[in-house]
Design a protein around this ligand. Structure first.
Ligand code: GLY
Length: 414
């Protein structure tokens, strides 16, 4: 089988690695890819160039396209490719609204009885400001409706900060809502879906803040581990029964079957499990810890999802743990420099893997080319062993200004 993966992050490198290493794929192209992908398998096209992508896939007789990021999904890449006879793993444009429109997701959750925070939509900026001036409910969660690369959510602690968020982010005419503030421990539960059936994957936990102890600004994710002990087998079954299945059934009733990865970001507090958000794709960096634990051939699951035969499959995971530590450029998630040579990639301890993200190669050497640079990943019998191995590998890799969190997995290992 020949695959083409759309995207350029650690998630896409992990999917490519997995398809090749479990025998699903003979060849995997990544578009546009990164420095971790062999030069001849990187496709230098933009991910919004749907025509170019379709021509490439037809010309190279690609058997299946796998779409990583949300932006092309929300722009309808799956519909475009499927209409041209190209098998594609990923939701349609309308199904991707579960991520692309937070209000759509809320409406579906409400209609299907999926547990989530209460919310109130505001039609005008003045209406929202009036609410801020009169409520005592702080911290307050303010969400903008569309995709905003992680910047569409504000959690002000007080009235002054809430007004500042509105001043900076909300223009009249924007769709915006205020959501109940939920406390607890977060987990990412991803399910693979074929429109009818959803099979949950092993639960993971992301580390969104830049600094140890979950302090500092949000990032795209500084590390992850799986399985996340907060998501016990009993809780995972509840997420399947109370969140994933009703959502898939609700989408089908709406005439928008969901095929692809449905990612539920949930928050757990005691007996309560509620959905914070949906994503319509694999998580990054969650994928980097989920796929090393998967026992199935990934390509068979993708095919079953596209063909609508997931009911005949069972997803199995190794009884091990995996952890990934993101090495980022100094200054990230603010401004940072690129073009720094990366050393040590050829001296990793046995059992460690590196999935590239913001890297590029020149004359056979590897350089930094983005904020999140590398995902240093290890698998072991338990999380403590995986963490030790991952940090040993991190210690052997260097580039000028490299930053990384030293406490990935801290909630599980405390
Ligand atoms: N890890 C968070 C995300 O993929 O959106």
């Amino acid at each position: 089988m020949r695959y083409c993966i759309i995207g350029s992050g650690g998630r896409e490198h992990a999917i490519a690695w997995r398809l090749l290493s479990d025998g699903s794929a003979d060849e995997v192209y990544v578009l546009p890819g990164n420095g971790g992908i062999a030069e001849e398998f990187r496709v230098k096209l933009k991910i919004d160039d749907f025509k170019g992508i379709a021509e490439f896939c037809s010309g190279e007789r690609i058997d299946m396209v796998v779409v990583g990021p949300e932006v092309p999904l929300s722009a309808g890449i799956t519909d475009y490719l499927v209409e041209r006879g190209i098998r594609t793993f990923g939701p349609s444009r309308r199904a991707a609204m579960l991520e692309g429109s937070k209000l759509f997701a809320k409406r579906i959750m409400r209609a299907c009885g999926v547990p989530t925070g209460d919310y109130h939509e505001f039609n005008t900026r003045d209406g929202l400001l009036r609410h801020i001036d009169t409520t005592e409910a702080f911290p307050m969660v303010i969400k903008l409706d569309g995709l905003a690369a992680g910047k569409g959510v504000g959690i002000p602690e007080n009235r002054k900060d809430a007004r500042a968020f509105v001043d900076a982010m909300v223009r009249d005419g924007m769709r915006v809502f205020v959501e109940e503030y939920l406390e607890g421990e977060e987990a990412s539960v991803l399910g693979i879906c074929d429109g009818d059936t959803v099979l949950p994957l092993v639960a993971a936990q992301d580390h969104k803040r830049i600094f140890d102890g979950d302090r500092g600004p949000n990032t795209g994710g500084m590390g992850a581990y799986a399985p996340a002990p907060v998501m016990t087998a009993e809780r995972l079954e509840r997420v399947r029964r109370e969140v994933l299945v009703p959502t898939i059934e609700g989408m089908k009733r709406e005439g928008i079957p969901f095929k692809g990865i449905l990612y539920a970001g949930v928050i757990v507090k005691g007996d309560e499990i509620r959905v914070l958000e949906f994503n319509a794709r694999f998580g990054d960096p969650e994928t980097q810890v989920i796929l090393p634990l998967l026992e199935n051939r990934l390509g068979e699951l993708f095919s079953a999802a596209v063909d609508g035969t997931l009911a005949r499959c069972a997803v199995r995971f190794k009884r091990k743990s995996a952890i990934t530590v993101v090495m980022a450029s100094g200054g990230y998630p603010g401004e940072y420099e690129t073009g720094k040579p990366i050393k040590g990639l050829d001296s990793l301890p046995e059992g460690a893997l590196v999935f590239h993200a913001g890297t590029e190669t020149r004359d056979g050497s590897c350089y930094t080319a983005g904020g999140r640079v590398l995902n240093v990943t290890a698998t072991a019998n338990d999380l403590a062993g995986a963490r030790e191995l991952a940090y040993e590998a991190v210690g052997r890799i260097s580039f000028e200004g490299a930053v990384f969190r030293k406490d990935i997995g801290h909630r599980a290992l405390k």
